[in-house]
Design a protein around this ligand. Structure first.
Ligand SMILES: [Ca+2]
Ligand SMILES: [Ca+2]
Length: 376
């Protein structure tokens, strides 16, 4: 309608779509183009040359109204909104690799957006649509954010992020995440003291799957402190020094920097042994090991796991049903959260019984005691 009104100023402005307007639209905007270009033109605003964040909203709203897998969210406007934010941010993470916040026609063409949109249209089990739309993936992302955002102002601080994954990140990488990691939106006024939920999604997707191009660039950017596009010994050594200190404090056997680096270089086999460039991490045989170097530099818990890895578990991992490390992580973490939630519910029921038995009249005072619970 907007397009028609812009293109036909000689007519009275339309307030509803008429058949001639629809035919005109089809002939002008759809018929001459192939499916990816049609998708692009349909989603973007008529006077823009790229897709912006809010352009996906009407489609996610329609999905929330019609998809059987999302029916149970019908009376929870707040979670519907968070679901939409999550799906849209995940789309930008994978499709808008340059993180400009503007998806171009070329990016649509090189992405799996069309397949994902048509899959979610056909597939009744929303959790099978692991690209962008899975409810379980949303649940995991949002619960993890909720756990850290204890004051409920919808943003997290450096202190909060240090608690992520059982305090697995070093303070040095947390500072770099806040100071220089890519952010999805609001580029002109980035709040470097906080991470929004959208920023957190970028962080968490990168943290839990270090084997794809977007996450490699995310972490590379964080460790490349001088920004020259190379990871040199000094940069890696300074991150590793913080890890060494933590290993010592916790009484773990320490691995000297040179030994760690030597082991990593043997796996990554960079073109130039003096420094690493992003392309070194992108070699196909490298995708499963490149994350190990990043973990060695800033994620103590994962590095210790890597050091003690069990070849049997490694093989199982390679042969399981999951396409990506993120899918595997999200499935395991969803089950963990669901079990915790179940245990909490059982506990709450027991408390209820006790209250009813002992002190029936005071029961209403229990309201409000649930603020630390997960949001669902
Ligand atoms: Ca907060
Ligand atoms: Ca550098």
């Amino acid at each position: 309608m907007h397009l028609w009104n812009m293109d036909n100023p000689q007519h009275d402005a339309l307030s509803a779509v008429t058949l001639p307007a629809l035919e005109w639209y089809w002939k002008k905007e759809m018929e001459p183009f192939d499916p990816p270009e049609r998708f692009f033109r349909l989603v973007k605003q008529p006077d823009e040359d790229c897709i912006l964040r809010d352009d996906f909203l009407p489609y996610i709203k329609a999905l929330l109204n019609d998809h059987p897998g999302l029916e149970f969210l019908a009376n929870h406007a707040e979670f519907q909104e968070k679901y939409a934010v999550t799906v849209i941010t995940r789309i930008f993470y994978s499709v808008n690799k340059c993180h400009s916040g503007r998806i171009t026609s070329r990016q649509v063409r090189r992405s799996d957006l069309l397949e994902s949109f048509s899959l979610v249209d056909e597939e009744e089990d929303i959790n099978k649509v692991t690209r962008y739309f899975s409810y379980e993936h949303f649940y995991v992302l949002y619960c993890r954010f909720w756990e850290l955002d204890h004051d409920r102002d919808y943003r997290i601080t450096r202190e909060d992020l240090l608690k992520y994954g059982d305090h697995s990140l070093s303070h040095m990488i947390v500072d770099r995440i806040f100071d220089s990691a890519p952010r999805p939106f609001e580029h002109d006024k980035v709040d470097r003291e906080h991470l929004s939920y959208e920023d957190f999604i970028y962080f968490m997707l990168s943290e839990e799957d270090k084997s794809n191009e977007v996450s490699v660039r995310y972490w590379f950017n964080c460790v490349d402190v001088d920004g020259d596009g190379r990871l040199n010994n000094m940069e890696m050594r300074s991150f590793y020094a913080v890890q060494l200190h933590r290993m010592q404090c916790m009484g773990h056997e320490i691995v000297p920097f040179e030994d760690m680096l030597c082991q990593m270089m043997d796996m990554i086999k960079p073109t130039n042994p003096d420094h690493l460039v992003v392309e070194d991490f992108m070699q196909p045989e490298c995708s499963q090991v490149s994350g190990a170097l990043f973990d060695a530099l800033f994620n103590l818990n994962k590095y210790l796991l890597f050091e003690q890895r069990d070849p049997f578990v490694e093989r199982q991992k390679r042969e399981d049903e999951f396409e990506t490390d993120w899918d595997r992580f999200a499935c395991i973490d969803y089950n963990r959260l669901a079990m915790e939630e179940e245990a909490r519910e059982e506990e709450a029921m027991e408390i209820d019984w006790v209250t009813v038995d002992e002190d029936e009249e005071e029961e209403p005072e229990f309201n409000g005691a649930v603020s630390s619970e997960a949001p669902f």
